[in-house]
Design a protein around this ligand. Structure first.
Ligand code: ADP
Length: 251
């Protein structure tokens, strides 16, 4: 499968109240890589992520997905082709696990057989066999299991691009490590291009091919492999950010 790259060119977001969340960001995400956006709270990570699927409209600049300007795409149709996983998954409470995972295939009017085959396959992949879990409702699952359903739902139509905002944040530490490992295997298998927001540097180091460190206003302070960022911080900001993280870990 050909992987889809993402290019942000001088992207800006100024909210109506005048807050400049992202000033002028240039960033290229290679097809098939996992890119983590890290940085202190409020530096514009989520805003950046949500401009890619047009949940937030940029004020200026261009975002290209597989070479196409996302602003030329119908937002609803665009979002169906981009997986999106957030911390509190937002499963539909009155739909079963299987129905939740089938959301996008249904919208795309896949036939019943193809949909149920895909749902079973996905639930297996995330370790929730349909025979045990398919008919349960979200409130009958643990936090980690709900998050897995969220991942399965986001991957149901094998989207070329997956956006994740603190995807494993709500899961207990042990469950998180397992989910992270499973996610990694799944991502490599599918060749999905992933942009992930995380405040957890350890998660970024573990999962990302490259890490983008942002400071307030969506300023790109460093972009590099985990080894490059942790081994040779580009400036004091990055060094301080890493040091804070080290202290947090030691605490
Ligand atoms: P992060 O994900 O890095 O924590 P965000 O992208 O959520 O940062 O926010 C970046 C900045 O934009 C913050 O100062 C935040 O308060 C502000 N912001 C986010 N959403 C809105 C909004 N809807 N209206 C006004 N300001 C916002």
């Amino acid at each position: 499968m050909e992987s889809t790259g993402i290019v942000l060119e001088s992207v800006r977001k100024e909210y109506p109240d005048g807050t400049v969340a992202v000033d002028s960001l240039d960033l290229e995400v290679h097809g098939g890589e996992v890119l983590a956006l890290v940085g202190p709270s409020g530096c514009g990570k989520s805003t950046t992520l949500r401009m890619i699927n047009r949940l937030i409209e940029p004020s200026a600049g261009r975002i290209l997905l597989g070479g196409d300007d996302v602003l030329t795409r119908d937002p609803v149709e665009l979002r169906r082709g981009i997986g999106y996983v957030i911390q509190h998954v937002g499963l539909f409470p009155h739909r079963t696990v299987a129905q939740n995972v089938a959301t996008v295939p249904r919208l795309l009017k896949w036939d019943r057989a193809r949909t149920s085959e895909r749902v079973a396959e996905l639930l297996d992949l995330v370790g929730l066999p349909e025979s045990d879990y398919g008919r349960r409702y979200p409130h009958e699952l643990s936090g980690g299991e709900r998050q897995r359903v969220g991942v399965a739902r986001a991957l149901a139509v094998r989207p070329p691009v997956l956006l994740m905002d603190e995807p494993f944040g709500a899961v207990d530490p042990q469950g998180r490590r397992r989910l992270q490992r499973e996610f990694q295997a799944l991502q490599r298998d599918l060749g999905t291009t992933v942009v992930m927001v995380t405040h957890d540097m350890r998660e970024a180091v573990l999962l990302a091919d490259r890490i983008a460190v942002l400071s307030r206003g969506g300023v790109l302070e460093q972009l590099g492999t985990p080894d490059q960022v942790t081994g040779s911080p580009a400036n004091d900001f990055v060094a301080d950010f890493l040091a804070d993280f080290g202290e947090e870990r030691a605490a």
